[in-house]
Unconditional design. Structure first.
Length: 432
């Protein structure tokens, strides 16, 4: 053991708590270099991974999983007891009031506290507001373990940067921010991650700086997309095509290439609320952040309204009309359904009395039914059946259909609305 009781890297035994989009790739990477235990409370997921069924999130290939020779998968907390470094990768959602929900983090901290020992290090990757690790997580570790923070155990924070569905920028290819609760802890955490991240690391001066860096990454994107969405709302009223405007503006080298659209997912549509709450608790009202959230959360209702107007203009009775939504995941070429805003469209159309079908070759039908109460089409959409078609997600499968294939699904006077702009302007009836 080195100073402060930290293990040398050659003696590290890592427990990764939470094997979702973030945790499984991380566990696989650590498992190539260190004795690693991947823990998840979902016993069916553990069994499926053990049986070689593959990663349902499509982030880790079966051969990658099998190549992680030092990785063991478990749903038993007891199997974490021999670890000396714990990495927490559980989600940080919001509740129905759009307030941060720390329940997964609290439960994970309590579980680790039950097996925590002197000299251990707990690293958090979950997105939170600045200060949350020390305010929310550390007290749970102390209470359940009976150990003292920065005396008996130590804490790091290294925010996750997984981009679901991105096969080009993988875990090891993205620079990793690291930090620790003491200078020695920061050095240890940085060395640990640097050993598996070929893109390198950036050691922040404190946990709070690292937490703040993560939460503004996604909040900045939320703000940029909200600005483009507001441009789209303005240009629509002016009778100007937003796609053409962005193409023209994009000829300048420093124009940022954001596009209008639905803003969902577990990051961009959620993380700003963590910073919003912390700002308000500090006595600051974050006007811009709240305005951006309001704009982006309202885009589903706006798009549904425009589709309904086009249908009425063509004499299509909305009540009883058949509307096809192409895609329900929150982004293209990814099975992730978390916080998808496509569901806003389905609900808006349903309130008008329309009959909505949803087709998505990437989404899990059982998960969609469980999370949102919708039944995805089991087979390909019926040709010539629809009064309106909305391209909601830019899956490669939808691009491959081509506009002719898309039109074959519609009846003679149907409306085709392209949210993602994957088809030419003159090939569809409207686009965002």
């Amino acid at each position: 053991m080195q100073d402060h009781g930290f293990p040398g890297l050659e003696d590290v035994r890592i427990g990764v708590v939470g094997l979702g989009y973030v945790g499984l790739p991380l566990a696989v990477a650590f498992g190539r270099a260190y004795d690693t235990v991947g823990f998840d409370i979902d016993t069916s997921r553990i069994q499926a991974l053990r049986d070689g069924a593959g990663d349902r999130n499509r982030e880790v290939e079966s051969d990658e999983l099998s190549s992680s020779a030092r990785l063991a998968l478990t749903a038993s907390l007891e199997d974490l007891r021999d670890c000396n470094v714990y990495v927490v990768t559980v989600p940080t959602p919001i509740n129905e009031h759009k307030h941060p929900d720390f329940t997964p983090l609290i439960l994970a901290s309590q579980s680790i506290g039950g097996v925590l020992k002197r000299g251990n290090v707990v690293v958090y990757e979950s997105t939170v507001y600045p200060g949350a690790t020390e305010e929310i997580c550390v007290p749970e570790l102390e209470r359940t373990s009976g150990l003292r923070f920065n005396i008996d155990f130590f804490v790091g924070y290294s925010p996750e940067r997984i981009n679901p569905g991105d096969l080009q920028r993988r875990l090891a290819d993205i620079p990793k921010v690291t930090s620790g609760s003491t200078p020695a802890t920061a050095d240890f955490v940085d060395a640990l991650y640097r050993s598996i991240i070929r893109a390198g690391t950036h050691k922040a001066s404190s946990l709070r700086v690292a937490e703040a860096a993560k939460v503004i990454e996604n909040t900045q994107r939320d703000a940029n997309i909200a600005l483009i969405n507001e441009f789209a709302l303005i240009f629509h009223r002016l009778g100007i095509d937003t796609g053409e405007v962005l193409e023209a503006a994009g000829t300048k080298w420093n124009f940022l290439p954001f596009r209008p659209g639905l803003v969902g997912g577990h990051c961009i549509g959620v993380d700003p609320y963590y910073l919003i709450q912390k700002a308000q608790s500090a006595g600051y009202y974050p006007d811009i952040l709240l305005a951006c959230r309001r704009i982006n959360d309202g885009m589903g209702a706006h798009i549904a309204s425009e589709v309904i107007k086009l249908m009425i203009q063509r004499g299509i009775a909305v009540a009883g009309a058949r509307i096809l939504l192409l895609g329900i995941t929150f982004k293209e070429n990814c099975p992730d359904l978390r916080n998808t805003r496509v569901i806003d469209l389905a609900r808006e159309f349903g309130e008008y009395g329309a009959l909505v079908d949803i087709h998505d070759p990437w989404a899990d039908r059982a998960q969609a039914a469980h999370e949102y109460g919708v039944e995805l089409l089991a087979d390909a959409p019926q040709a010539g059946a629809y009064d309106a078609i909305v391209v909601a997600v830019a899956h490669d499968e939808f691009r491959a259909m081509g506009i002719d294939g898309l039109r074959r699904l519609a009846n003679g006077r149907a409306v085709v609305y392209d949210i993602k702009g994957i088809f030419p302007k003159d090939a569809v009836d409207a686009r965002l």
